[in-house]
Design a protein around this ligand. Structure first.
Ligand code: NAP
Length: 289
């Protein structure tokens, strides 16, 4: 029997978040403060350039200034470190976002250690990740896990006491998301590539978040009619189309709620980044006064 699946789209979540950001940007402008971010891009990866364009478009829509520092692929550790240190010291820059992964000759961990955590709007410095793991929400979160939480809150999906499975344990998505869900009092199970019989675990959960990076990997056997499914995966389906980790076409109509492969969680990520930029600006400028 088909069930009526609720399609969880990102657009209304973005609109809701933008309303709040715009009010806060206006308030800063009343004090002659314009939030400003620096985007650091090493090389010319198509995905990075695409995301960068989306960030800049959203910046201008929200009244935030965005500047890009484009570096050649063979930039040295010293040059990149200097750029980060200069941005740390520049009072007119409130947030720094650096595309990762960096090329192999650059030691990403060392570079991130140099970034001022107060300007780390992408939530990747050890200090901010540490805060997430301590359950301290005063820092910045990686944007995708935060986007998942905002989506769940917007759609009033209960988390307290719910059984949640996070499929994937990366430091960008799975692990920080697990911590944010724990903070919401969910009971969280993490699955990964060595998990045995993952479908027997996910199919019993109230909520499943798929973040494994495997095109349409999770089919009907991974879910039940009462499953709420958040698909974080962004993959190429082999035919030039973007698809998620979940087999959307075969799952829709068989679960309670589901995010689409495009127009879902990914739509919210940029707005989270810019919300964190505004928060960084608010905190830095209030420290200065
Ligand atoms: P990642 O670093 O490659 O991590 C993938 C995780 O999935 C790993 O923990 C891996 O387990 C696990 N995994 C792989 N195959 C599995 C399997 N067959 N069964 C169970 N677990 C499996 O990827 P990521 O950066 O976390 O990204 C995950 C997905 O989210 C990708 O599709 C990515 O494009 C997408 N993404 C989307 C956004 C967005 O804004 N929407 C942002 C970031 C990422 P092991 O640890 O055992 O290897």
């Amino acid at each position: 029997m088909p069930v009526e699946t609720v399609k969880l789209t990102g657009k209304p979540v973005v609109e809701h978040l933008r309303g709040n950001i715009k009010i806060r940007v206006e308030k800063l402008k009343e004090n002659n403060i314009v939030p400003r971010i620096l985007i650091i891009r090493v090389g010319n990866k198509e995905d990075d350039v695409f995301y960068e364009r989306s960030i800049l478009k959203n910046c201008s829509f929200l009244g935030i200034e965005g500047e890009v520092k484009e570096l050649t692929y063979n930039v040295s550790m010293e040059e990149l470190s200097k750029i980060i240190e200069d941005a740390n010291d520049d009072d007119s820059i409130h947030g720094i976002m650096m595309f990762r992964p960096l090329p192999e000759h650059l030691e990403e961990k060392k570079i991130l250690e140099k970034m001022n955590p107060k300007k780390d709007i992408d939530g990747m410095t050890p200090v901010n990740l540490g805060k997430i793991f301590e359950g301290d929400i005063s820092g910045f979160s990686p944007c995708t896990p935060k986007a998942v939480i905002e989506m769940l809150k917007y759609y009033d999906i209960p988390l307290q006491g719910s059984n949640v499975v996070v499929a994937g344990r990366s430091l960008v998505v799975g692990k920080p998301l697990t911590m944010l869900l724990l903070k919401e009092n969910a009971t969280v199970t993490i699955c990964h590539s060595k998990t045995k019989n993952m479908s027997s675990i996910t199919s019993k959960a109230d909520l499943v978040v798929a973040a494994i990076g495997k095109a349409k990997f999770m089919g009907q056997e991974y879910f039940s009619e009462s499953s709420i499914v958040i698909d974080v995966g962004v993959n190429d389906d082999g035919k030039g189309k973007i698809c998620g980790d979940v087999d959307y076409d075969n799952i829709f109509g068989k679960v309670k709620a589901l995010t689409p492969p495009t127009g879902g969680v990914g739509t919210i990520t940029t707005t989270i980044l810019l919300e964190q930029a505004v928060r960084a600006c608010e905190m830095i400028t209030s420290d200065q006064h």
